[in-house]
Design a protein around this ligand. Structure first.
Ligand SMILES: Cc1cc2nc3c(=O)[nH]c(=O)nc-3n(C[C@H](O)[C@H](O)[C@H](O)COP(=O)(O)OP(=O)(O)OC[C@H]3O[C@@H](n4cnc5c(N)ncnc54)[C@H](O)[C@@H]3O)c2cc1C
Length: 388
C-alpha cells in the first residue's frame, strides 16, 4: 500500500504538532501534509511527562530568543488556538553560591540583553522578597519577573494537533520503520506494517527515537537519559513560590494544590537508559531532591509525597542544545532532537522554523541555523550551561 503527500512529519508530540500547526494554520500551506504518530495518547512522549515550564534564563542567547516566541505564543494561545494553556507566569528563581555567581551574572547579562525581564537579587533582597527561603550559602539569585513560568504543554500540543487537523493535515497512527531515500534525496517513509508514504519533504520530530531513524545518514551524539518528577503536598504555605533552582541542581515549583520537584543527577549517576526503562530509582528523591530542597525551603520538612514518574530527556552530549534543520547530504530531510530538557518551551519556535524550511528552504521569522546539524561536523558548539 502506498500514499503520496508533499510533506510527511514523523512524531506528533510538541515539536511535530507545532510544525504541523505552523505549516497549515500559521503559514496556510496548501500542501498535502501527513503526521505519523505511533502513540496518539503520548504515554511515553517527553511532552506528556515533562515539568512543562518555560524560562528566558539561559547561557546561550539563541535559547533566550527561542523561548521568547514560546512566551508570546502561550499568551496568545486562547485567541489563536481557542485553548487556554493556563500559563502561570510565576518566574524562575536561579540561586548561586559564591562559586556560581560569575556564571549567574553572565546568564543574567545574556538574558537582559535579549530583552528578558530578569531581576538580579543580592541575599538581603532575596530574603526580603522570598521570606520562606533559607539564604545561607547563597551569593545571589536571578528572578524572572515576567515571561517565565509553567503551562499545560501536553494540552498545547493537542490543541495544535486539533487545529492542524481542522486545516487539512492528516494525522495517522503508525510506526515509522525507515526513511526512504534515492541517491541524495528523501523519497518518503516506510511504516512498520509495510505501508509506504511517498513525500519529497520529511521532517523527523520523534524525540529520543530520532537518532535511530537518522542513523543511516548521520551519527548523533544524542542519548536517552532518565529524569524523575515527584509530586508532593506541603502542610505549610509557600506563598508566591516561583520555580526555584537550588545550586545543588534540585528544583521545585507549584502544581495545582501541591508542588512538583526533581533534580539533575550528577554525570556519574546519569547513564544511557533503555527505551522501556521508566522505573524510579531508589533513594533519589530523599538524597538528591528532598534533602537539598528542605534545607533551602524549611517549609518542606512537612510534606507528603503523593506520586512520581520518570520520563526521558534526549540529551545532546555535544553541547546540550537542540539539533535541528536540514540533514546534511539528504535533500528534503529535516529533523529536530537533542533538546536536553528544554524542548517543550522551544517547540513553538522550532515548529515554526521547521515549517519555514519545508516551505521555503530557509528560516524567515528567526534564524535557527546556529543550531543546525552541520555544527557537529565543524566542531562548533553552541554550549548551553544552564541545564536543569
Ligand atoms: C521529566 C522531564 C521534564 C521536562 N521538563 C521540561 C520543562 O520544564 N520545560 C521544557 O521546555 N522541556 C522539558 N522537558 C523536555 C521536553 O519535554 C521535550 O524536550 C519535548 O517534549 C520534546 O518534544 P518532542 O516532540 O521532540 O518529543 P516527544 O515528546 O518525545 O515526542 C516524540 C513523539 O514521536 C513519536 N515517535 C517516536 N518514534 C516514532 C516512530 N518511529 N514512528 C512514529 N512516531 C514516533 C512518539 O510516540 C512521540 O509522541 C522535560 C522532559 C522530561 C522527560
Amino acid at each position: 500500500m502506498s500514499e503520496r503527500v508533499d510533506i510527511a512529519i514523523v512524531g506528533g508530540a510538541a515539536v511535530g504538532a507545532s510544525t504541523a500547526w505552523h505549516l497549515a494554520c500559521w503559514y496556510g500551506a496548501g500542501a498535502r501534509i501527513v503526521v505519523i504518530e505511533k502513540d496518539p495518547a503520548y504515554a511515553r512522549a517527553a511532552t506528556a511527562l515533562s515539568a512543562s515550564s518555560i524560562r528566558r534564563q539561559f547561557s546561550a542567547a539563541i535559547n533566550v530568543r527561542i523561548s521568547g516566541y514560546g512566551v508570546a505564543l502561550l499568551r496568545a494561545a486562547p485567541r489563536l488556538l481557542g485553548f487556554d494553556p493556563t500559563f502561570r507566569e510565576g518566574g524562575y528563581l536561579f540561586l548561586a553560591t559564591e562559586a556560581g555567581r560569575a556564571a549567574l551574572a553572565a546568564n543574567h547579562a545574556t538574558a537582559t540583553e535579549e530583552g528578558a525581564d530578569i531581576l538580579w537579587l543580592e541575599p538581603a533582597e532575596l530574603a526580603a522578597r522570598f521570606p520562606w527561603l533559607n539564604t545561607k550559602g547563597i551569593a545571589a539569585g536571578t528572578f524572572g519577573r515576567t515571561g517565565e513560568g509553567w503551562f499545560d504543554g501536553l494540552g498545547l500540543a493537542q490543541a495544535m494537533r486539533a487545529k492542524s487537523r481542522d486545516a487539512g493535515v492528516a494525522w495517522r497512527t503508525g510506526e515509522v520503520a525507515a526513511i526512504a531515500t534515492e541517491g541524495d534525496r528523501v523519497r518518503g517513509l516506510v511504516l512498520a506494517d509495510g505501508t509506504r508514504i511517498d513525500a519529497d519533504r520529511v521532517i523527523v520530530c520523534a524525540g529520543c527515537d530520532t537518532p535511530t531513524l537518522l542513523a543511516p545518514f548521520l551519527e548523533l551524539p544524542v542519548r536517552r537519559r532518565k529524569r524523575m518528577i515527584f509530586f508532593l503536598r506541603c502542610a505549610d504555605p509557600l506563598p508566591g513560590l516561583p520555580l526555584v533552582i537550588d545550586p545543588s541542581g534540585a528544583y521545585i515549583r507549584p502544581e495545582g494544590e501541591g508542588f512538583i520537584c526533581g533534580a539533575s543527577p550528577p554525570a556519574e549517576e546519569d547513564p544511557d537508559v533503555a527505551a522501556e526503562d521508566f522505573d524510579l530509582s531508589d533513594g533519589f528523591f530523599e538524597e538528591r531532591v528532598w534533602a537539598p530542597l528542605a534545607a533551602r525551603l524549611p517549609a518542606l520538612e512537612r510534606i507528603r509525597l503523593d506520586r512520581a514518574w520518570a520520563g526521558h530527556y534526549d540529551v545532546n552530549t555535544f553541547d546540550h542544545n537542540a539539533l535541528l534543520g536540514p540533514i546534511p547530504g539528504i535533500a528534503g530531510l529535516f529533523a529536530a532532537c537533542g533538546f536536553s530538557g528544554h524542548g517543550l518551551q522551544q517547540a513553538p519556535a522550532v515548529g515554526r522554523g521547521l515549517a519555514e524550511l519545508a516551505l521555503w528552504g530557509r528560516y524567515v521569522a528567526m534564524d535557527l541555523s546556529p543550531l543546525g546539524f552541520a555544527r557537529l561536523a565543524h566542531g562548533q558548539r553552541v554550549e548551553e550551561r544552564a541545564i536543569i
